[in-house]
Design a binder for this molecule. Structure first.
Ligand code: GLA
Length: 735
């Protein structure tokens, strides 16, 4: 480990106490009696731990003791632990559940040793945060079940600058007999009694990531996806927080899984009101055969702590995603303003119809044209052609390149939509390779949007996807790809695997997908990739590792989007989520909102349009031109500044958020009013994140305020006699 790097991990060799810390946080655990790993603390930084947190010894009825021991006051059923095996008297949800060759379900995990690693090791085949040796240090703790000779290595990476610890687990079968993994969590966190609440991000298609907050009660509550993807229905994130914690105050623990498949976040409050959190791949329909010598690697969890409320947690996640997850050329690059033809034309287009939209985009200053679904095979509706990634000659008689050349000649970049994991019955791919479709023998698979899943666990299927996409992308005229996935997985089965390995299919699918994405993003580093799954159905940190941005939601309604983007921002920075201005009445909700409000909401993320620009009135075109120019100016602030939530849409008739430049010399504020009222309440907007004694000038009114005034006094929100308004304030520091 580099000498110049301050020590982030301290080890008390004598007492076997491990202390990971940086300026913000400390994480402490120790080797307890019997060799079990006892959890001590995760929270605000502490200096020089003196060993006072000895877990109290009490004889608890019906909580058993260590094998062969007469000591009745020490039980795994109550001890706060780092990573629990099953079947040995800890009746809470385990982190590891396996079946040994003799059929038993016992794993007794005891400490073997540790290793310090500079920086952060990669996770084989999986996306994960990355860091240099000067940015992070890693501690690997090895545990073992002596009887089956299973080794479990717990990895803890602490980042120097961030209040985040990345955790993952590797299980190795060092024995002579095969065993079956039934559950391998990426982490466990046991917390002593506290009145905690839990925040999750449930939703639905076109209604993703609504912040839900509830008390943690006794029993086990699971936030999960069983859909084969991280899902619209439950995002791969939860937070535990003090009952009274707010956006700006209180203790918060964040848990974000870097994975795009089935996940589960189990929160269990036990009989002594201690809370256990276990996070990882969902054990639903999961099992994994671990042959002698084989290793299983879990995905990684990003464990965050904030003692200053939710915004501080989000700030750490945003920094982590920007600096340690997103990769490649676009990591710190401003993203282009695009126009997408989906809501403009749906499937009803051809080159002649699209050209005027491109012309208009150019006139308005838009930087990229994205050709959405319907350009390939014989795709006139969503019943056909998935799997045939060749141009639809009826729509592009002179080929796709001809149209791309036209777009490029107007000075715009050219992007395209793909859905490579899918197959339609009505496709050449299915006609030639029906065995590529994922289905269970003798059963008719269930359609969803009349389409089916490719079995990405098969190498030949992955090669076919790569071959077709390479033929398209090798032509060199595509600057951007939107990677969609418009259904969830069902009829899970892999023909190439034996019966006892069918529990591996969900995870092997994701590993196959990651292999494809790694290959493509490496081979085509100049392409900007955007993730999508019917909007935000696979909106997760794992995907952000391959795709620097993702389509947030198919819902483009400016009001609905406030709630969606607010929830999304808990973990994900605005530079990774996209937002488009669309037509009114809105296609998802029928709501009519002002163009300015649609602009303000969309400008709060990676900005674009999704409507027929040629149908705008002259007045609207002028407004759009102005929005585009304004966004170009504000783009560095929005995409790379600090994002702060001010007013939550769920609680009030308002929603507000702001962006602050890293040097605190510039801030952009959006305040959205929802329904107008005849007798409105007076409201103030108070800012955050500014320098108290700096003077800031609002760029439209030219009024001057100190940061302390803006943060403590705030300013009155104007009253509007109109629904769905947006007020924008742009402050710059003056000398
Ligand atoms: C999904 C996407 C949309 C659009 C359609 C095309 O629903 O989220 O943006 O691309 O597919 O079929």
């Amino acid at each position: 480990m580099g000498d110049q790097m301050e020590k982030l991990i301290e080890i008390d060799e004598k007492n076997k106490v491990f202390h990971l810390h940086n300026d913000k946080i400390s994480y402490l655990f120790e080797v307890e009696q019997g060799g079990y790993l006892g959890h001590l603390y995760f929270g605000t930084r502490v200096f020089d731990y003196h060993g006072q947190l000895h877990y109290p010894r009490v004889d608890r009825g019906f909580s058993g003791n260590l094998p062969g021991s007469l000591e009745r006051t020490y039980s795994l059923d109550s001890l706060l632990q780092e990573y629990s095996g099953a079947g040995t008297g800890d009746y809470r949800t385990p982190a590891l559940d396996l079946q040994n060759a003799d059929g038993s379900f016992v794993a007794r995990l005891t400490y073997q040793g540790y290793e310090l690693l500079a920086g952060k090791p990669k996770l084989a085949g999986l996306p994960a945060s990355y860091a240099t040796e000067s940015e992070a240090q890693t501690l690997a703790i090895s545990l073992k079940d002596e009887v089956s000779d299973v080794e479990v290595t717990l990895f803890y990476t602490i980042f120097k600058e961030l209040a985040i610890i990345a955790r993952s687990v590797k299980v190795t079968n060092c024995g002579q007999e095969p065993l079956t993994l039934k559950k391998v969590a990426s982490m466990q966190l046991d917390l002593l009694q506290q009145d905690l609440e839990v925040i999750s991000l449930p939703g639905a298609h076109a209604n993703e990531r609504h912040m839900q907050r509830e008390a943690v009660g006794q029993g086990r509550k699971v936030f999960e996806s069983r859909r084969g993807s991280s899902s619209h229905q439950m995002n791969s994130f939860i937070a535990l927080l003090d009952q009274h914690a707010t956006e700006f105050a209180g203790n918060v623990y964040g848990f974000n899984l870097v994975y795009s498949g089935n996940h589960s976040f189990e929160v269990e409050k036990d009989q002594f009101e201690q809370t256990r959190v276990v996070v990882g791949i969902n054990d639903y329909n999961f099992s994994w055969q671990l042959a002698p010598g084989a290793t299983f690697q879990t995905p990684e969890v990003l464990l965050a702590f904030s003692d200053k409320g939710l915004n501080e947690m989000s700030h750490n996640y945003h920094e982590l995603l920007r600096k340690h997850i997103v990769r490649g050329k676009f990591k710190a690059k401003e993203r282009p303003i695009l126009v997408n033809n989906w809501e403009a034309t749906y499937f009803d287009f051809n080159e002649a119809k699209l050209r005027p939209i491109v012309d208009e985009a150019k006139a308005l200053g838009i930087e990229m044209f994205v050709l959405d679904d319907g350009w390939f095979g014989k795709r006139d509706d969503d019943n056909t052609s998935l799997g045939d990634w060749q141009v639809y000659a009826r729509k592009f008689p002179k080929g796709l390149k001809n149209f791309a050349d036209y777009v490029h000649a107007q000075g715009l970049q050219f992007g395209i939509w793909l859905e490579p994991e899918m197959i339609s019955y009505d496709s050449d791919l299915y006609r030639t390779h029906p065995e590529y479709l994922m289905q269970v023998p003798k059963r008719t698979p269930s359609p969803s949007r009349n389409q089916y899943i490719l079995d990405l666990t098969q190498k030949e299927v992955r090669q076919n996807v790569l071959k077709q996409l390479s033929e398209l992308l090798d032509q060199g005229f595509i600057d951007y790809v939107k990677w969609d996935m418009n259904r969830n997985i069902s009829d899970v089965y892999a023909h190439a695997l034996p019966a006892n390995q069918q529990g591996e299919v969900y995870h092997r699918y994701i590993l196959g997908l990651y292999e494809i994405l790694e290959h493509l993003t490496t081979k085509y580093p100049d392409i900007l990739w955007e993730g999508c799954s019917g909007g935000g159905g696979r909106f997760d940190t794992g995907f952000a590792y391959y795709m620097p941005q993702s389509w947030t939601s198919d819902n483009t309604d400016a009001l609905a989007r406030q709630t969606i983007q607010y929830g999304t921002s808990l973990v994900y920075p605005p530079s990774v989520f996209t937002a488009h201005v669309s037509a009114v009445p809105n296609h998802q909700t029928g709501r009519i909102t002002p163009l300015a409000t649609r602009g303000a909401v969309a400008m709060s993320a990676v900005f674009g349009y999704e409507l027929d620009l040629t149908k705008l009135t002259a007045e609207e075109k002028a407004a759009v031109k102005k929005q585009v120019a304004t966004y170009k100016q504000l783009r560095p602030l929005v995409q790379f500044g600090d994002f702060i939530r001010l007013k939550a849409p769920a609680k009030q008739n308002q929603c507000a958020w702001m962006f602050v430049a890293k040097d605190k010399n510039e801030a952009l504020v959006f305040v959205f009013d929802r329904l107008a009222s005849a007798q409105p309440t007076h409201t103030l907007t108070k800012l955050a994140g500014l320098t108290a004694n700096k003077h800031y000038q609002e760029q439209t009114t030219k009024e001057i305020f100190t940061g302390s005034e803006l943060m403590n006094l705030g300013f009155y929100d104007p009253l509007h006699r109109h629904d769905f308004t947006a007020d924008m304030y742009h402050f710059k520091a003056i000398n």
